[in-house]
Every structure is written in structure tokens, then in C-alpha cells.
Design a protein around this ligand. Structure first.
Ligand code: HEC
Length: 103
């Protein structure tokens, strides 16, 4: 009985595999993490809750945008961060993922 089920399962599986003929594009998203001054602070302060993807999916942004995000993490999600570390994080983000606009 089990042998039969096993064979039935195998044949069904291979049938399905052969049915997929069209091209399949699997999206590949590379998160480029730029090493630099204060990256250690990002690692310590941000990556405990979510991946780096959350950060760089935003695209290049202004300094005010990054300040706003750090504040949001504090206000909305209870991130505990010192003023100095918050400044370091914003400096890092603006330097590597900034758009040259302060506001
Ligand atoms: C206490 C947990 C926590 C910490 C620490 C944290 N985040 Fe977040 N972050 C979140 C949550 C929760 C979300 C929203 C996830 C969702 O919406 O699915 C988020 C989302 C984001 C987003 C996506 C945009 C948005 O507005 O939701 C960015 C950008 C971001 N975080 C940046 C940071 C940065 C930079 C740091 C470090 C300074 C940080 N986060 C630290 C919890 C945290």
C-alpha cells in the first residue's frame, strides 16, 4: 500500500515538473551592504529587528528622511538608542544611501 502511494506520488511530482515549460523569472534582489564608518552601530541598533533590506529598499533618501526613520523606530517600535548612536546611524545612512538633499 505505502509502496503504491510512494510511486503514485513520485509520478505525480514528475508530471508536474514537466508541465512547467514557460520561462520563469525568479526575482533576485541583492542587498548591497556598504561597509563604512558607523556600520557597527547599524549592526548593533538596527539589524536585531529586521534585515538590511528594509533600510536599502527605501532607495537614496534625504538626511531628514533618515532622521525621520530613526525617530519612527524609536517612537513606533520602541528602539532604544542614544543620541550619539542615532547621529552615527543617520550619518552612515545619508553617506551611503543618501540623495545629497538635507531636507
Ligand atoms: C525594535 C525593533 C526595531 C529596531 C531596533 C529597528 N527597527 Fe526598523 N522597523 C521595525 C519594524 C517593526 C518595521 C516595520 C516592519 C513592517 O512594516 O513590516 C521597521 C521598518 C523599517 C524601515 C522600513 C520603512 C518603514 O517606515 O517602515 C526602515 C527604513 C527601518 N525600519 C530602518 C531602521 C533603522 C535605520 C534602524 C536602526 C537605527 C531600525 N530600523 C531599527 C522595527 C525596528
Amino acid at each position: 500500500m505505502y509502496k503504491f502511494l510512494f510511486l503514485a506520488l513520485i509520478s505525480l511530482t514528475s508530471l508536474n515538473a514537466e508541465e512547467v515549460k514557460g520561462e520563469m523569472a525568479v526575482p533576485y534582489i541583492a542587498y548591497e551592504i556598504k561597509m563604512g564608518e558607523h556600520f557597527d552601530t547599524i549592526q548593533a541598533q538596527c539589524l536585531m529587528c529586521h534585515s538590511f533590506g528594509y533600510i536599502i529598499n527605501q532607495g537614496p533618501q534625504s538626511k531628514a528622511f533618515w532622521e525621520g526613520k530613526v525617530k519612527k523606530m524609536e517612537d513606533a517600535f520602541g528602539m532604544d538608542i542614544s543620541k550619539d548612536d542615532a547621529t552615527s546611524v543617520v550619518d552612515y545612512l545619508f553617506k551611503h544611501y543618501g540623495n545629497d538633499q538635507v531636507k
